[in-house]
Design a binder for this molecule. Structure first.
Ligand SMILES: Cc1cc2nc3c(=O)[nH]c(=O)nc-3n(C[C@H](O)[C@H](O)[C@H](O)COP(=O)(O)OP(=O)(O)OC[C@H]3O[C@@H](n4cnc5c(N)ncnc54)[C@H](O)[C@@H]3O)c2cc1C
Length: 761
């Protein structure tokens, strides 16, 4: 028994921790920063004020994580964020293709729990920052209400991934909250503050479920009674829940930090009022058996403070895909602003303008310019309100978190501040290390002197010489314009054939399109157009790209919409080629093309987007000259995904090769400690974390089984059941050999074995 006498006051239990890197906030950005740093060999403390990890992606808030692929509704081909967040999403796919939020929670928790270098402190809200001098943070202090303990964490480097920027704010870093005017960064999309508002609001979701008998509903007395007057209520469809209710938004005219609880209460009033309207207005008789299953208690907060780094990302960086020497991450979500009045606004619930391709974010946006030791991650990074409209989505935040985690380890190694990583010229090393982990920063020239594959000779058992796709018995009705995306060579005349079925006599319009820039995949240039007369019935048609391409590039062979025509399909699926359609995806403001108002400096263009498997099959096209784009030498490339330049960056084995293998040989024996293999984990597929269903639990292009032998035929590794994009094999004491042979199991007759990259040291 504990019995204590009365005393004037008591202190809670105090725990002092010292670490090398303290991360505040366990959303996807904080989780990725913490794990990446821990895997780079430094000790990390991760403080999170809630019981689970994931922030807005957790089961507490329930958003699906999105990024550059934008629900596969834009022109950003093969753009899913690489590295750790890709590993997390592939694990989630393997165990949770149905998108159950609770399972995603456990995947994040398991990832952090498995890292020996991380001390995870949940349910602990950081409320105090102590500094050494004006510009250096010494410690952060948080209180855990569950175990009544106060934790003080001291570290040489900190990361603020808390969403509102509690650490950066208390440490005195310069910040902004609200929209810049158009002039400051020459941003045509900057809102008219009086009319549209200054900030994006919070949202609160609810889930409903069907029962087997009628369920009555009495709303709480505080629920609104005029939900029928909400401008967007007419779009509500029974069964909409979770992320589909993103438009239940409020608070953009208030102080989204200090009035957050008021905003949440107003959202509760709206949510319960909407449900009252659905259950009791008589407008939804089919809702009789429906009941509320879950209502959010923590609002999703879109926007509050943004802190200033040495660079501020702005509209033009996003739209023009401007690259900077210190690019470390990518973004590709649309510039996506919401009216501050949210659910009450007369404006559309959001305005989204896409850029033609992915943009990069410089390293200088990821640290507080006024402080010596504070990284920024998540939605608080250094960006204008307009650019934040894009950079705020969670996979972009997570990708940035990875860059921060890597940079934290590098700054300890080099004994320099976050700023000095840039000023002292360590960014190239940072980019190199990130890309080795699969980050996939585009358009940076990286030379990897440690990579022993660069000096090796690579030989494959076969290489695919692609000349077409084998027909199946299915047909694609041309109710949408459909394009086969192919990497064609420069100055080459290709003669194409395909079997089509004309329902009546008609003319088929075929257009060859390419992208006018090597930075994006948007097909904005017409190279050639042809009209092909069709008789009724099945027939094989022939056409060619008469205007030869001056440069190798991805080319769209577009069969324009004609509902009298069907095209023969194929079951063959190959790394680096796919079909796309000129289709609408309202979820991401894709209406087939975008035509922004004049003067806001955003491009007009068409969208050509893929369909999710099992749809999205290749067309049964054939052509006369093999595409030599899957050569073994591609395995030495820095990039591990296809690029708009027309490079697939992949080696692909031939169809007939039943035992595909790659032999790596060096002129003399080498000591190898580590081997990395980068598989095709379909960077085009948006692996939304929750709610969205995925067609398979493993990406079908990933090789699941393979073995590695040395030059004497000794088995070094046997892998079965791989589902990851990057595999790392470590030999702590090293193996000495002049040859490595990797033998892959061909397990799918329609998908030849492929590999993007091999790396060794
Ligand atoms: C309604 C809504 C819809 C959205 N739609 C999408 C979408 O569909 N897809 C998408 O990708 N993005 C979407 N976004 C944007 C995205 O969710 C956020 O921009 C993103 O989550 C920001 O990441 P973050 O890591 O900075 O913050 P968060 O995900 O909020 O994570 C911050 C974490 O820090 C913790 N924290 C806060 N204060 C403290 C403290 N004092 N001490 C310790 N821990 C603290 C919080 O608990 C939280 O877990 C949406 C946002 C909202 C609100």
């Amino acid at each position: 028994m504990i019995k204590e006498k009365a005393t004037a006051s008591r202190k809670t239990k105090q725990v002092a921790l010292t670490t090398q890197f303290a991360v505040v906030g366990g959303g996807l950005s904080g989780v990725c920063a913490a794990i990446t740093a821990a895997r780079s060999g430094i000790k990390v403390v991760l403080l999170q004020d809630r019981p689970v990890l994931g922030g807005n992606a957790s089961s507490e808030v329930r958003l699906w994580s999105l990024g550059a692929t934008s629900h596969m509704g834009n022109n950003n081909r093969w753009s899913r964020e690489g590295g750790l967040i890709n590993e997390i999403l592939l694990d989630n796919l393997k165990r949770n293709k149905e998108g159950n939020l609770l399972i995603f929670d456990t995947i994040l928790l398991e990832k952090v729990y498995n890292e020996e270098n991380i001390t995870l402190i949940l349910n602990t809200a950081v409320y105090q920052v102590d500094k050494t001098g004006d510009t250096k943070i010494a410690s952060v202090t948080g209180f855990c209400s569950q175990n009544s303990t106060t934790y003080t964490v001291s570290a040489p480097i900190f990361c603020d991934a808390s969403g509102d920027g509690i650490v950066a704010f208390m440490a005195g870093a310069s910040f902004r909250m609200g929209a810049e005017d158009k002039e400051e960064f020459d941003e045509g999309f900057a809102p008219n503050i009086n009319d549209y508002g200054n900030l994006l609001g919070h949202s609160l979701y609810f889930y409903t479920k069907n029962t087997d008998k009628p369920v009555a509903y009495t709303p709480p007395s505080f629920a609104i009674t005029n939900a029928n007057e909400l401008p967007r209520i007419k779009n509500y469809t029974l069964g909409d829940h979770g992320c589909q209710l993103w438009w239940v938004e409020y608070g953009g005219r208030l102080d989204t930090i200090h009035q957050s609880e008021d905003i949440k209460f107003q959202l509760w009033k709206v949510v319960y009022g909407i449900w009252d309207y659905i259950k009791n207005s008589g407008e939804f008789p089919e809702a009789a058996n429906q009941t509320l299953e879950w209502v959010g208690t923590i609002p999703g907060k879109r926007e509050s403070r943004r802190f200033e780094g040495d660079f501020m990302l702005s509209q033009k960086d996003v739209v023009a895909q401007r690259d900077y020497e210190d690019a470390v991450t990518i973004g590709g979500w649309a510039l996506d602003l919401h009216p501050a009045d949210g659910v009450y606004s007369k404006h559309s619930s959001c305005t989204q303008w896409h850029s033609k391709g992915v943009y990069t974010i410089p390293y200088r946006s990821y640290y507080a310019k006024d402080l010596d030791n504070l990284f920024l991650a998540g939605r608080i990074i250094s960006a204008t309100h307009v650019a934040f409209g894009s950079s705020r989505v969670m996979l972009t935040c997570a990708h940035g978190g990875q860059a921060v985690g890597k940079a934290a380890a590098l700054s300890l190694e080099k004994k320099c501040t976050p700023k000095e990583i840039y000023t002292k010229g360590y960014v190239a090393e940072l980019q190199l290390r990130l890309n080795r982990d699969g980050q996939g920063i585009p358009r940076v020239a990286i030379v990897d002197k440690d990579d022993k594959i660069q000096s090796a000779q690579l030989k494959a058992s076969s290489t695919l010489q692609l000349q077409g796709f084998r027909p199946n018995s299915e047909w694609q009705h041309l109710i949408f314009s459909t394009a086969q995306l192919l990497p064609l060579q420069a100055n080459t005349l290709y003669n194409f054939s395909i079997t089509v079925d004309a329902l009546e006599k008609t003319v088929l319009h075929v257009v060859f399109k390419i992208s006018g820039s090597t930075k994006h995949f948007t097909p904005d240039v017409i190279v050639e157009e042809q009209q092909i007369s069709l008789e009724k019935g099945q027939q094989c048609i022939h056409f060619s790209n008469l205007n030869k391409l001056p440069d190798a590039t991805y080319t769209y062979l577009c069969f324009m919409k004609n509902d009298k025509v069907r095209l023969q399909l194929s079951d063959d699926r190959i790394t680096g080629v796919m079909t796309v359609q000129n289709k609408i995806n309202k979820a991401v403001s894709n209406y087939g093309r975008q035509d922004p108002p004049a003067g806001i400096a955003i491009d007009s263009f068409e969208f050509w987007t893929p369909e999710r498997r099992p749809k999205g099959k290749n067309l049964a096209l054939s052509w006369d000259k093999a595409l030599r784009v899957f050569e073994t030498r591609n395995l030495k490339d820095v990039s591990n995904r296809p690029e708009p330049t027309g490079e697939t960056h992949a080696w692909v084995a031939s169809w007939e090769d039943e035992q595909p293998q790659v032999t790596i040989s060096w002129p003399s024996p080498e000591k190898i400690h580590e081997l990395r293999l980068y598989f095709d984990c379909d960077y085009d597929h948006a692996l939304e974390s929750v709610l969205m269903q995925h067609p398979e639990s493993e990406i079908p292009f990933v090789v699941s089984d393979y073995t590695i032998f040395d030059g004497n035929g000794n088995l070094l590794k046997k892998v079965a059941g791989n589902h990851q994009g990057m595999n790392i094999h470590i030999w702590k004491s090293g193996i000495t050999t002049d040859t490595l042979v990797i033998k892959f199991k061909q397990s799918n007759a329609t998908i030849p074995v492929s590999l993007f990259k091999i790396w060794a040291r």
